[in-house]
Design a protein around this ligand. Sequence first.
Ligand code: PLP
Length: 494
Amino acid sequence: MTVPVATSLARLCVTSDLSLAEALQRLDETGGGPLLVLDHDGRLLRLVTDGDLRRMILAGSGNDAALSLLPPVTPVAARMDTSVAELEALFATHRITAIPRLDAEGRPRVLERREFSGPVLLSTPHLGELEQEFVQQAFDTNWIAPLGPQVEGFERELADYSNNAHVAALSSGTAALHLGLILLGVKDGDRVYCPSFTFAASANPIRYERAEPVFIDSETETWNMSPAALERALSRDAARGKLPSAVVIANLYGQSADMDPLLELCDSYGVPVLEDAAESLGATYKGRKSGSFGKLSAFSFNGNKIITTSGGGALCSDDEELIARARFLSTQAREPAAHYEHKHIGYNYRMSNILAGIGRGQLKVLDERVARRREIFELYRSVLAGIEGIEWMPEPEGYFSTRWLTTATFKREMGQNPVQLLEALKVVGIEVRPLWKPMHRQPVFAGCEYVSHGENHSVSDDLFDCGLCLPSGSNMSDETVIRIAEQLRYLLAG
Ligand SMILES: Cc1ncc(COP(=O)(O)O)c(C=O)c1O
């Protein structure tokens, strides 16, 4: 009989008239099963494991005995869209080692327990030992408010760490970027350059000010803003009298952009830089801390970042006046008067004293977190060594990346494209993500200008089309990283 299933699974699918000897043989050939017993319409009747066959033998069945002798059981099965939590519950309640999952066409695919030991997320918070102490201080002193001693302490300590003279702790990295643009004087109708290859939060605040983003491509060496594209854009716009009022430079996945040529270009055209260091706290470029290069620089302490305050951000600069102004604008632009006097539109963007307490604890373990993320990257690289077609995000000489996320591109000619890899890993509870979708391809920014790296070469498009971010949380064990890497190796081997 022909069983209506995918060829790769055909050897696992049997009917109940199969003999014990044939079933043993089949298990041997297919690496241990389990076999899927289907009825004549291809519907799943039950699973048969080597344990079931052993029990048949112990009960005295001979080689010719048919599988139909096995006692009937209701098969435990799941749909392709069954959630990871539901799958975990199925494994636990039924104490089974494999679950067949049926796709939209009714074709089964077996999910084995050993492939699956709970969900692994891309990057989760990793708390140290001191956060609670700092938060407790806030409770003990009843500073459950925006501002307070923890905020002051956090600002001081972050300034020291990041090599900035002044820091304003804020409610998010996006808020920091928004205030940064305002402080650089960006206004209605202005043009602002921004990387195309980044998270939307680098670009959205440009729109908050009704300015026009112009997207600049990346380079292959760092994946960050391409000096060649920036140069073409600046010289073209200088010639047409349309220079931008600011350039946002982002440092992605834990690594700085090539700041020397980028800053030199911006300086030579007199355009200020807002550095988006949301993803690069802890990195260095030519020995200098990432997030200390812009006239203003922004950090994020969102839950997925290398350290977190659950949600938060900071705006940094060596310019005391700019940061004083950021503090003023972030607290509703309240004038120093006993009554509530306002001459400017303000924002509620300040960080709370509680969250700053978490941030102080997190800063103490930042260097450890960086070291662990780098170890995780090396572990992936070593398990996947020798597989042609994987290219890890480069770390050029003179750069020190935190490897906030382990990222790589997978050559198109490889057996599986990134979307297939992502789907296959999702089935076993592993969260991977594509690299950032370029802003010039986002519907919300349709019609915005885009300047590519080469006249006919768009690096950000290539990266998005073939790249993935792998789970990289500093709280992952070596075993988990190895399991993910081996799963990838298996998928790439086709
Ligand atoms: C490159 C980049 N810029 C800005 C942000 C915004 O930070 P937040 O989420 O704290 O607003 C993020 C992260 O979320 C980011 O990855």
